[in-house]
Design a protein around this ligand. Sequence first.
Ligand code: FEO
Length: 386
Amino acid sequence: MEKITDHIKYIGVNDKDLDLFESQYVIPNGISYNSYLIQDEKNVVMDTVDKRKTEEWMKNLEEALAGETVDYLVISHLEPDHSSNIALLCEKYPNMKLIGNNKTFAFLPQFFDIPNLAERKIEVKEGDEISTGTHVLKFYMAPMVHWPEVMVTYEEKNQILFTADGFGKFGALDVEEEWDCEARRYYFNIVGKYGVQVQALLKKAANLNIKMICPLHGPILKENLAYYINKYDIWSKYEPEEDGVLIAYASIYGNTAEAARKLAEILKKKGAKKVVLSDLAREDMAECIEDAFRYDKIVLAASSYNAGVFPPMEQFLKLIKAKNYQNRKIAIIENGTWAPSAAKTMIEIISEMKNITQIQPQVTIKTTANEENIKELEVLAENLLK
Ligand code: FEO
């Protein structure tokens, strides 16, 4: 069990055989459900874990407690990956109080029937403090990062911010991997829609001296915190993180894919620093969404279908739109044998996004790219690199 300080322990668990996180995201390296124990005159558990790992988590908790009891449970977030064991813990420690906010306690009965909840709950609001003896916990509301009841807790003595899903990452803790990629994929797919609310939380955090960030998923961040906070600032402002072109294609028989590859080749020949090709019909959609937000330019290449656009492209565009995709340059390549309709449908969806500039020319391929199309791709590549 990892010691975070002499009196704060990590009691979370790894989950490495879950097929899909939230029933939608592949997690090749698993995920961690983090939970912490603050040991003081009053012992505090910071969130529980998913019911898939109840036994292991309970063992960690009991081992860390070494016979002591739990006085408080802080509920940062009610999503079942963190809340599944609230009722069990209440049962096991009948004198334990639950710390949450008005929304936590509005939603909690939808999850569990907790006897005497009115007497057990401690409802906190923005800036409220609770002393546990030598530690003081201060609560800040973080609505919609990622649910309405989310709050973060600042532990003053060691200057630790417990950030709920914020600064979370896919990947179990015993896997060595770069933080950025799986943290970015986590952020844009799970919290991406709520950039404004993340900005609000970052502003609150800016007024605190923070030495350590303890999220509910992924590694505890102990060094170089400005790096991670800066990433969150860029992401939540919907600013591109890197110069690069994502060519996202949805191709039925491969002719549109061929044109996408051709454009990639031309771009590289013309000196593009970074070009990423994504097959929307086959690759992890969550990764494609992450890349859409990562780079400053995107080329959408799609076949026509049912007088609209091939569904993987429609799904992709609707998903990035729902996550407030904005402030980017886009280009469009459509394909259709008799009545190309992909571009019109793509533009309809894009027209509802903020601050999008279309780079010309718009390319229409009729089945396979002809010489004229290749010339258009050359011009498009030049304009993308301007
Ligand atoms: Fe990790 Fe929004 O729950």
